[in-house]
Every structure is written in C-alpha cells, then in structure tokens.
Design a protein around this ligand. Structure first.
Ligand code: FAD
Length: 553
C-alpha cells in the first residue's frame, strides 16, 4: 500500500488528496495542515467580512472530520511539516498543540504550502490594528475587530484584486475607505487606461484613492492611527495590507529542491519537482506564461486545482500535463466586473512582443432590450499571425463570459480570424446577434487586413495641429457637451457635403463616441484619398483617462 503525504490542506493540498483517493482507494493519505482549518474557501473570505456570506461555517468546505469521512485521509491540523528528509523519504512534522515532533515516511510527497501575505519591514507593522487576509483565522480577527471597535475608517494598502475586494466589503459595512497603491494604477495585471475605468468607479463610490503613493510608517495617534505616505498622510482606524503573496518555498529550498528565480518551486509539466518523488502545486510553484513563455508566479485558485489534479493523475500513471498559464482572472469591483486573460500591453512591450490592439465599447446585450450597459474591451493580437495575445474587459454585465470565450479561444490557438465566426448564444437579454467577441475579432481583422488605420487615446496627448486635422464626427448635441482639444465637428451624415473642409496636406484624426460612426466616416474619407486615422475606442476611451487624470490632480 502506497503512502502519500500532503503538506498544506487547503486549495491544492485538498484537491490533490481528493483526486488521489478517487484514483487509488487503497492508498494511505496523510494531510498536514499547520493552521486549524482545512479545505476552506479563501476566495470567499472578503465577502464574509462584508456580510455577503453570513456564516463562518459557509466558508469551511470541510472540517478535518468531514474531510476524513469523505476521502478517508488522515487529516492532521495544527501540524506543521518542519523538514523533508529526502534520503529517507520522510518528513518531520510538529504537532503545534503538544509540541511533539514525529517522522512520517512517504512514497510520494505533495508540497502545497501556498504563499504568505507580504508585510513590508516598516514602522508600525506589528500594531494590532494592522491586518493581512490569507486564511480563516485572519478573517475572523478582522471581523472581530470591526464588531468590537466599530471603526469609522479603514485603509487598504495595495490595489490588487484582494485590496479591491476588501475595500468594497469594508465600504459595504459603512466604513470609509482609503486605498493606497504604490504604482499609478489599481489592478496591476491590467493596462493603465483600462484600470482607469476602475479608478473612476472607485472614486464615484466614495473611495479615497491614493495612487502613486507609498506607505512609509504607521504610528499610533490620539485616536486611531496616523499613516505616513511618501505623499501626504492618512488618519485611519485600521490597516489592511494587501500587497501580494510570497511563495512558501523554504521547506523545498532547505530540502535541496530546485527553486526558480521568482522564488517559486520549479516543477515539470506533471508537477514533479527536481526530486521525482516530490510534487508541488499551488501558490508555492512558479508557472510558465502562455504568451511570454517566461516563468512567473500567478497565485490563483483555478491554477492550483489543475496542478494538483495533474500531479495525482501522473502518480497514478495517467499523464495529464499542465499547460502554460494565461492568468485568466476576474474580479468584482462594486458594480463593475474586471476580467483579463493573456498578456497586457505593458508586458508585451517589456518582452519585445510585436502586437497591435483594438479598443471597443459595445453594449453588453441588444441595445433595444432594457438594462444593457457598455463593455470596455481591449484586445491585443499579433499582426503577423493573428494570434490572440491578451484581452481585458470591464463592464457591469457580461465581462466574465466574454473573457472566458476569449480565454478558450487563446487556449485552442484560435486567431482573430476565427473570433468573428464563433457561434455564440444570442437572445436580446444576453447578447447581440453579433456578440462583442465577434465584433472585437472583426475590428482586429479590419486593422490587419484593410487600409484602415487607427490612433489611440495617448496619441492625443501632444497633438500637433499643424500636421493633424482633428475631427469629431458625433452629433452637434454630443459635441456641445464636450469634445477633445481643438476638434472640429463634422458629423457623419454631413461628411459627404463637407469634404472641402478636410485639408489634403494634413493627417485626418477622426473620432466619435465609441469608434463606429468615425470608422464609417474614415472609410468615406479614405476612398476620397485622405490620410485618415480613427480613434480606437473613440471619445469614451479618451474620456476615461481624462477623467482619471483630472481626479488625481
Ligand atoms: P493555500 O490555499 O493558501 O493553502 C496552503 C496551506 O498550506 C495553508 O493553509 C498553510 O497553512 C499550509 N501550510 C503551509 N506551510 C505548511 C507546513 N510547513 N506544514 C503544514 N501546512 C502548511 N484565487 C482566485 O482564483 N480567485 C479568487 O477570487 C481568489 N480570491 C482570493 C481571496 C483571498 C482573500 C485570498 C487570500 C486568496 C484568493 N485567491 C483567489 C487565491 C487562491 O486562494 C490561491 O491561489 C489558492 O488558495 C492557492 O492554493 P494553495 O493550496 O497553493 O495555497
């Protein structure tokens, strides 16, 4: 009878043990978990704080007893694995309640220790009002603090997905929130101009957004805490640090297993470490990125689950390899959903990958059916091969399903040439006869295959009117409400009659609200011999950034 030991009893560890049991009924499986809980829903923790999930028990997918009952594994909670003795194929584990240390032999070992929330080495980190959120115990502590102290103000440090979820959930409790982010944007995997949609929404919801601001120190004040930032200060009642996780690879490192430059454990495509009897999965391992081919840390639950299952299959002689990772993810930010797959533009630039891009703002479902809202889409692709390199979608409705379609298309190596032909479900409450995904593909193909030329929101920053004639092709009523720079208003229906107003010695930069009417105008002008460029994403794309910049001044 084979014996499998599992270090870590949550996402990857529990998934591995459950799959192992289904594949091998006779094996002995022992799970070591240094905390008091196993198999809980990390991803639900912020929503328990915001009272969306009402009961702590709902977060606990299993107790040690129920997990034992379900998969017949020995579940040792409050037990930390201290070392791996590879020569003897054993681990030393310590019962944290009794202090007793014991040796356990293994045939195969799974390392699923996850990561640890990063706490920077600055003054005040040790104060009881400074929290991180990684597990159920952290969550219960935050909840207890809020219930006991009734704080009026919270400061979240870090604008990644956990920071944003926590900001929203504190806000839901009536707590005022400051969100401090060291870079110029929230949601670092997104490009700035897409994250700007979230910035505007967060400010509209009353979040005090402090971008490009770094926390320097935390001090006790007469009432609450005083946070010193490199720019200014914040008076607050408590702090939630959400600046990322570091892989827990120390155990593996001390056992002589190979660790990558990212700090994550190195594995092959079956999740075997440099020791073939030791596997690893989850936040502690590094993964290969689908687009750049680089090794990276991408701590997401779906990735952990797939890796754990691949390892269990491999041990049982069924080869299922893990594929490079696209980083497909989604986050709720108040009324918006922000979703991403593949690489952002900034990552493509950093990796010298040639790309082109389109921005669109189609309606989430047929415009004539009530309740639709715009989706902002940025699609990145290769001009040469048409291969999809990445996509970011933000909107109130339907961003999640569109990103999953694009993610699947990328996974299957479909190109922009196939996106327009995908047969996607349609009825007015859900979509349009030409779904936003079809539309994005069609626009990308137009960019590559026709004489259609685009310009972008950032090309408007230092526009030289001696060389460029900027045209707003929207209706006069829209133009009056606001336009870009010195744009001249020539609406689409008038364009054929007013051709003599377009100078032949300048580039024509044209825009409308979302890019469609000006696209039609640009086709007319191109055929009349003008050198014309259409603003991708139109006035909407420009306005998002303009609003964000004005608010952050
Ligand atoms: P974990 O789930 O963290 O489990 C590792 C376990 O190993 C821990 O319980 C730890 O105590 C234990 N351990 C560590 N060292 C030892 C040792 N030496 N001995 C014994 N036990 C040990 N991902 C998404 O995809 N979508 C989301 O919406 C999402 N939301 C999240 C929200 C929050 C608040 C957090 C914290 C994470 C979220 N994630 C989300 C990330 C996701 O939870 C992780 O990617 C996933 O849990 C990683 O699984 P893991 O098994 O590697 O690590």
């Amino acid at each position: 009878m084979a014996r499998y030991l599992v270090v870590g009893g949550v996402a990857a560890g529990a998934a591995f043990a459950a799959k192992m049991r289904r594949l091998d009924e006779r094996a002995e499986i022992i799970i070591f978990e240094k905390g008091p809980h196993v198999s809980y829903a990390n991803c639900g923790l912020p929503y328990y704080i915001g009272d969306v999930i009402k009961e702590e028990a709902e977060l606990l997918l299993h107790t040690p007893e129920s997990l034992h009952g379900r998969i017949n594994a020995q579940v040792l909670v409050n037990t930390e694995v201290l070392s791996i003795n590879r020569a003897y194929k054993s681990v030393t584990a310590k019962d944290l309640t009794t202090g007793e240390e014991k040796e356990y032999a293994y045939d195969k070992l799974m390392l699923a220790p996850g990561g640890v929330a990063i706490r920077p080495n600055i003054q005040g980190m040790e104060l009881p009002e400074v929290f991180t959120i990684k597990d159920v115990t952290d969550t219960v502590n935050i909840k207890k603090f809020i219930d006991d102290k009734k704080p009026a103000h919270a400061t979240v440090i870090g604008g990644g997905f956990i920071g944003l979820e926590m900001a929203e959930n504190f806000h839901a409790l009536g707590i005022k929130v400051a969100l401090v982010e060291a870079t110029r944007q929230a949601m670092p995997p997104f490009d700035y101009e897409m994250a700007a949609i979230l910035h505007n929404h967060l400010r509209d919801k009353g979040i005090d957004l402090r971008l490009s601001s770094t926390l320097k120190s935390i001090k006790k004040a007469a009432k609450g805490l005083e946070l010193e930032l490199d720019k200014g200060a914040v008076a607050t009642d408590f702090v939630l640090m959400a600046i990322g996780v570091r892989p827990l690879s120390k155990l593996a490192h001390e056992a002589g297993l190979e660790i990558g430059a990212t700090g994550g454990i190195k594995t092959n495509q079956y999740m075997q470490t440099s020791d073939p009897d030791i596997y690893a999965a989850g936040d502690a391992v590094e993964v290969q990125h689908f687009v750049t081919g680089k090794q990276q840390l991408i701590p997401l639950a779906g990735i952990a689950n797939k890796q754990a299952r691949a390892a269990a299959f491999h041990i049982n002689g069924r080869a299922r390899t893990v594929r490079p990772v696209q980083g497909t993810s989604v986050v709720k930010v108040f009324d918006l959903t922000a979703a991403i797959t593949g690489s952002s533009e900034k990552v493509l630039k950093d990796n010298n990958v040639c790309y082109d891009k389109v921005y669109l703002h189609p309606a989430s479902h047929a415009a004539y059916y009530p309740g639709g809202s715009p989706l902002s889409i940025k699609l990145l692709f290769s001009r040469d091969s048409g291969c999809i390199l990445g996509c970011q979608i933000i909107g109130k409705e339907g961003a999640d399903k569109r990103i999953d379609v694009i993610s699947t298309a990328m996974f299957a190596h479909l190109s922009i040439y196939e996106l327009g032909s995908l047969e996607l479900a349609y009825a007015p409450p859900y979509s349009s006869a030409r779904d936003p995904v079809n539309y994005a593909g069609d626009v990308a193909v137009e960019v590559v295959k026709s004489s259609y030329c685009q310009f972008f929101w950032n090309d408007l920053e230092n526009i030289d009117y001696d060389k460029v004639f900027l045209v707003d092709s929207r209706f006069p009523s829209e133009y009056k409400r606001g336009t870009i720079g010195k744009a001249v208003n020539i609406p689409l229906p008038e364009i054929r009659k007013r051709l003599d107003e377009f100078p032949r010695d300048k580039d024509i930069y044209i825009f409308c609200q979302s890019g469609l009417r000006s696209y039609v105008s640009s086709r007319i002008l191109r055929q009349e011999g003008f050198n014309v460029y259409n603003l991708s994403g139109g006035y909407l794309s420009w306005q998002i950034v303009d609003k964000d910049r004005k608010s952050s001044q």
